[in-house]
Design a protein around this ligand. Structure first.
Ligand SMILES: NC(=O)c1ccc[n+]([C@@H]2O[C@H](COP(=O)([O-])OP(=O)(O)OC[C@H]3O[C@@H](n4cnc5c(N)ncnc54)[C@H](OP(=O)(O)O)[C@@H]3O)[C@@H](O)[C@H]2O)c1
Length: 436
């Protein structure tokens, strides 16, 4: 909000009001996060924030006795928009109708706080521009890494540095699954079922498992940290589905483990970015992430590596991030999201790095020799080869550690190997990433 130190501006009345007046909040979506935010707001710790209205479809089934009788419950969005709420708090999720609600609220001059990564990844720049034009605020600190304050940590927190790399575990569901596979040797299917039973994974987990959720969060981080406009759809994703217990056995021999990693780096005017199952050192911040934790490691030109870690999801940790945004809006503190204008940039996943490749040769040892020859003629050198067949494996596999090379060159060589009939199953390739 544009405000003098002594006043904040009530958008709906367009009258300056004393800064000590409580900021009126209309909450849209009384689900996991919405309930947790209401609990904090009802707790009395923040008298500057006043929950005025709760909107949800078929709202009667949502009413709870612990919410003050002064709060209005409604399932009529027009009532919300016509109210004198200063802030619309969008916690319903998804692209529509959330996009229309947020746009309409901003057009009415109401500030908006949201935890909706899908919405911000797809429409963030447009909605931020609209908020600026309307002289109000759009905050979304909980949209990436839930309760871990990575967005404000990156900007304004690290805006005095020049960020070179972002590398993180941004999806708690995948981390839960991969950590269960690592620590208990279970299959991905079994780990996923367990995550679903514990409420950590949706009935349809494809957004998480296929990397789309982490990709949306990476696109938001790239905007905040690099001030670049990256279309999430241009960021390459690899599913964690092909990861097997054998990969953890091989990774362990290398002193490593496997995590779903989202990373981005600027190289010669191109943004390198991808989300993929990745081999990481077991003792590194990424390799040490347990259960549904989130981690972000940033690398700055001047400050080197900084690590953010904590609960990436869950009602209460996410609600804390939401309430922090509400306080920032109410107190008209410096916005985390008012950096320089965004610059569009081409996106590629052609990182140069070491790779882990698990192959299942078609038949004979000749296949391994022919595979080596194809890789070498593609300019790809092997650093090592691990071969420890497990009696439970349907077909014996071996793992190759490939020296640092272009990701695209390796993908091309592996396609040739596959097309030459040397492999019984498609090769499983994972980048190997080092952070300190
Ligand atoms: N949960 C987390 O740990 C977490 C972490 C970080 C960010 N987030 C984000 O926070 C947001 C909320 O997540 P959540 O986990 O709280 O979701 P949730 O439990 O599914 O709650 C969403 C609430 O919004 C209501 N709603 C959804 N669509 C609606 C519509 N079209 N009209 C009216 N009401 C509607 C739902 O009502 P019904 O009960 O009728 O479906 C439900 O009460 C999402 O953007 C999510 O990505 C969540």
């Amino acid at each position: 909000m544009n405000a003098s130190p002594a006043f904040e501006f009530s958008r709906s009345s367009l009258q300056p009001v004393p800064a000590q007046r409580a900021c009126r909040i209309a909450l849209l979506g009384f689900g996991t996060v919405g309930r947790s935010v209401a609990t904090i707001l009802q707790g009395g710790s923040f008298p500057q924030l006043r929950l005025d209205m709760i909107y949800n479809r078929r709202v009667d089934r949502k009413r709870v006795p612990w919410v003050s009788p002064q709060v209005r419950w409604t399932d009529d969005l027009e009532e919300v928009l016509a109210s004198d709420a200063d802030v619309v708090l969008e916690l319903a999720g998804g692209l529509e109708p959330a996009y229309s609600w947020v746009k309409r609220a901003l057009l009415l001059g109401k500030s908006v706080v949201t935890a909706n990564k899908k919405l911000i990844a797809a429409h963030g720049p447009e909605l931020l521009d609209l908020a600026r034009q309307q002289g109000c605020r759009l905050e979304f600190g909980a949209a990436v890494a839930g309760g871990v304050p990575v967005l404000c940590g990156v900007s304004p927190g690290l805006s005095g540095d020049r960020l070179l790399k972002l590398c993180g575990i941004l999806n708690g569901t995948c981390n839960y699954i991969l950590h269960a596979m690592e620590s208990r040797g279970v299959t991905l299917d079994a780990a996923l079922r367990e995550a679903q039973q514990r409420g950590y994974a949706e009935a349809d987990p494809s957004d998480d498992v296929d990397g789309l959720d982490a990709r949306a969060k990476l696109a938001i981080l790239v905007r905040t940290g690099f001030h670049l406009q990256a279309d999430p759809q241009q960021i390459a994703t690899q599913s964690i589905w092909p990861v097997q217990p054998a990969d953890f056995r091989y990774a362990r021999e290398l002193g490593c483990t496997i995590r779903q990693v989202a990373r981005a780096e600027l190289k010669a005017g191109t943004l390198l970015a991808e989300v993929a199952p990745t081999v990481v050192s077991a003792g590194s911040p990424l390799g040490s992430a347990r259960n549904n934790q989130n981690v972000l490691v940033t690398t700055g030109k001047y400050g080197g590596e900084t690590v953010f870690a904590g609960a990436g999801a869950g009602g209460a940790p996410t609600a804390v991030a939401v309430v922090s945004d509400l306080l920032a809006v109410a107190e008209s503190r410096a916005a985390a999201n008012c950096g320089p204008a965004l610059v569009a940039v081409p996106v590629s996943n052609d990182f140069r790095c070491r790779h882990y490749v698990r192959v299942t040769p078609a038949q004979t040892t000749d296949a391994v020799a022919a595979l080596r020859r194809t890789l070498t003629s593609g300019g790809i050198s092997l650093r090592g080869l691990l071969h420890h067949p497990d009696p439970h494996d349907r077909r014996p596999s071996l793992a190759l550690v490939v020296e640092e090379c272009s990701t695209h060159a390796l993908e091309k060589a592996l396609t040739q190997v596959q097309e030459a009939g040397l492999l019984a199953e498609p090769a499983v390739r994972m980048p190997m990433v080092t952070t300190s």
